[in-house]
Design a binder for this molecule. Structure first.
Ligand code: PMP
Length: 353
């Protein structure tokens, strides 16, 4: 008997969107941005002095922290950067949730939260979203070891305003409240204006979605001094250099082109609104999205069947077999051309059934 096998980690990991082993397909299953990063990012990477890679990067990615701080009008002391917001969120869970009491987040939200809790031995409870998939703030007014709110929420695409976050924060002076704002730039409301009032608020954002840099892995947290110090301590107990030198330079380049950023986001919002209408006209039911994806159910056809049919047309959308959402599709907004093909394929499906 190999006893060492008993000591291996037993955990159900997070499942990311499928990455089919082919090149010619339309990928609308991972909430990526269909457009390339800003031209300055591409130039920075192609002209990067690769000879300098013998040296470690700046351990705290200080040039990037300064650029992020400038963009949001905060001090660089209040910014922490990591290898994608997944890395930042995992470190937040490790750094902030040590009370032994259960951390609260909705039953339907980013499915990585329970995985991090299980990995780190953090207990958690998942109050139900109401029937229209909204978070009821009353559920977050009880003793807890922390609160995680994804706003706008994934995969529901529903965003909430500042009053909602204020209500959650006011009810939780003794816990850290994380606002995961991965999709905020597509029409959500950031909790950043509440930072001055609430030293227990941590706002987490990413370059993966609105800045078209999922492959570069840059995420960050903006918060008060104590939370940022705790995050730095957690990082320095785990991986001193989560961001590589290329990512630091490319991140700075992205932030120096706000015009491109705004144009890209505006294009995605326009395509999203067009697709929302097209789907509703075809019998889909879906909430208004504040993100770069839609969360849609058909009044007649099963989501799983539509998803499988779309695959035969080389179009990949996301289907979750999770209770309460197992008849919905999460569809990432692609280019107009990709979305036209999706609508065409949906018409074919409906026409042939
Ligand atoms: N939060 C949410 C809600 C997400 O959907 C994602 C993307 N899967 C992330 C965080 C992590 O994104 P990244 O690590 O690329 O920044």
């Amino acid at each position: 008997m190999n006893l060492w096998k008993e000591n291996l980690i037993k955990i159900t990991p997070y499942t990311a969107g499928e990455q089919p082993d082919k090149t010619d397909f339309i990928k609308l299953n991972a909430n990526e941005n269909p457009y390339p990063p800003a031209p300055g990012v591409i130039k920075t990477i192609t002209s990067f002095k690769a000879g300098s890679l013998n040296k470690y990067p700046d351990a705290n990615a200080v040039p990037l922290l300064r650029a992020i701080a400038d963009r949001f009008g905060v001090s660089a002391e209040n910014v922490f950067a990591g290898n994608g917001s997944d890395d930042v969120l995992a470190l937040c869970f490790r750094a902030f949730f040590n009370s032994g009491k259960p951390v609260l987040f909705p039953d339907i939200t980013y499915s990585f939260y329970p995985v991090w809790c299980n990995m780190l031995g953090i207990s958690f409870e998942t109050p139900h979203l109401n029937d229209s998939f909204n978070i009821d703030p009353e559920n977050y007014k009880r003793e807890n070891g922390g609160v995680v709110i994804c706003n706008p929420n994934a995969p529901t695409s529903i965003g909430r305003g500042l009053d909602f976050m204020r209500e959650i924060l006011e009810a939780n002076p003794n816990s850290v409240v994380i606002s995961d704002e991965a999709y905020v730039d597509f029409g959500g409301v950031s909790a950043l204006p509440l930072l001055k009032e609430f030293p227990n608020l941590a706002v987490v954002q990413t370059f993966s979605k609105s800045r078209s840099m999922a492959g570069m892995r840059i995420g960050y947290c903006i918060a008060g001094d104590e939370l940022i110090s705790a995050l730095r301590a957690a990082k320095d107990s785990y991986n001193s250099y989560p961001l590589d030198s290329v990512a630091i330079a490319a991140g700075c380049a992205s932030l120096s082109d706000e015009e491109y950023f705004k144009q890209t986001v505006a294009k995605i919002i326009a395509t999203r609104d067009r697709l929302t209408n097209a789907l509703r006209e075809r019998g889909f039911i879906l909430p208004d999205s504040s993100t770069n994806f839609l969360f849609a159910q058909h009044e007649k056809f099963a989501a799983r069947d539509i998803c499988e049919y779309l695959k035969t047309r080389d179009i990949y959308v996301r289907y979750f077999s999770t209770p309460r959402i197992d008849n919905r599709l999460r569809i990432t907004i692609g280019t107009d051309e990709e979305i036209d093909k999706l609508i065409g394929a949906v018409d074919e499906y409906i026409g042939s059934h």
